[in-house]
Design a protein around this ligand. Structure first.
Ligand SMILES: [Zn+2]
Ligand SMILES: [Zn+2]
Length: 252
């Protein structure tokens, strides 16, 4: 499985883009960054997007993608997967005909450029040779994490989670994990309140697992605290930990 990191920051800045992970060049996990990183040629092969939750930094790329698809005259729609609450939120509050057109009915109702595909927990979708299964990792029961399995390795994409989230899904520790750390240790209370992690909260969660994943990829650092978070992550001295950067290519 190949992952191209289009964006992995918790904030937009001059040097950072928000969550979007391209799997095997064809499937997207979250959509914080799309058209600012992919060419028109690359967009042509993108037909499946899995959204973790409707926070703006995870859906920000969708409106301009939908508009570009209209101009591209692509015959097949792009499927947008997520929990029913996530899909409803995008429909009602973003591409609702007021903030942005409803591209699930354009250019025509019969042949729109996007197709909403609400998923139930544990409803596996297999696309491009990868099985993708949504899990409610976090206690609010609307945000999905996704477990990816291509038959060779498994990857758990947590997206944004709090410390109560479950990282051992289907009774197994994933081979690799993309996990969020948003705030430095000093902001533990803010992290707990907002359902995010600090380096120490992440380590506490990982230590509850029966064994460590082979690779721990850390994403979603809030840019304002980036240097501090990086030095605190390095101080954990976890040999299998990698702090992701926009543009990274992972081979799993
Ligand atoms: Zn969020
Ligand atoms: Zn986020």
């Amino acid at each position: 499985m190949k992952i191209r990191v289009l964006g992995c920051a918790g904030t937009v800045s001059t040097e950072s883009k928000t969550s979007a992970f391209l799997v095997n060049e064809r499937v997207l996990l979250d959509s914080g960054t799309i058209c600012s990183s992919l060419s028109i040629e690359e967009l042509k092969t993108l037909k499946n997007i899995f959204i973790s939750h409707p926070h703006f930094d995870h859906i920000k790329g969708l409106p301009s993608l939908a508009e570009t698809l209209i101009f591209m005259n692509e015959p097949a729609p792009v499927a947008i997967y997520g929990s029913a609450m996530t899909i409803d939120s995008i429909r009602q509050h973003i591409m609702n005909g007021i903030i942005w057109p409803d591209f699930s009915r354009l250019p025509t109702k019969e042949a729109p450029v996007i197709r909403y595909a609400p998923l139930e927990e544990q409803q596996t979708v297999t696309v491009e040779g990868v099985s993708i299964t949504p899990w409610f990792l976090y206690h609010n029961y609307s945000d999905f994490g996704y477990l990816l399995d291509d038959g060779k390795s498994t990857l758990l994409y947590t997206s944004d989670i709090g410390p109560d989230a479950e990282l051992c899904v289907a009774g197994k520790v994933p081979d690799s994990i993309i996990i969020e750390v948003s705030f430095p240790n000093e902001n533990r209370e803010l992290a707990l309140m907002s359902g995010h992690l600090t380096p120490l909260l992440m380590r506490e969660m990982l230590q509850k697992l029966p064994q460590m994943p082979q690779k721990i990829y850390v994403a979603h650092l809030k840019t304002y605290f980036k240097e501090e978070i990086i030095s605190q992550l390095e101080a954990l001295t976890l040999s299998n930990l990698v702090i992701l950067q926009d543009g990274d290519l992972l081979e799993l």
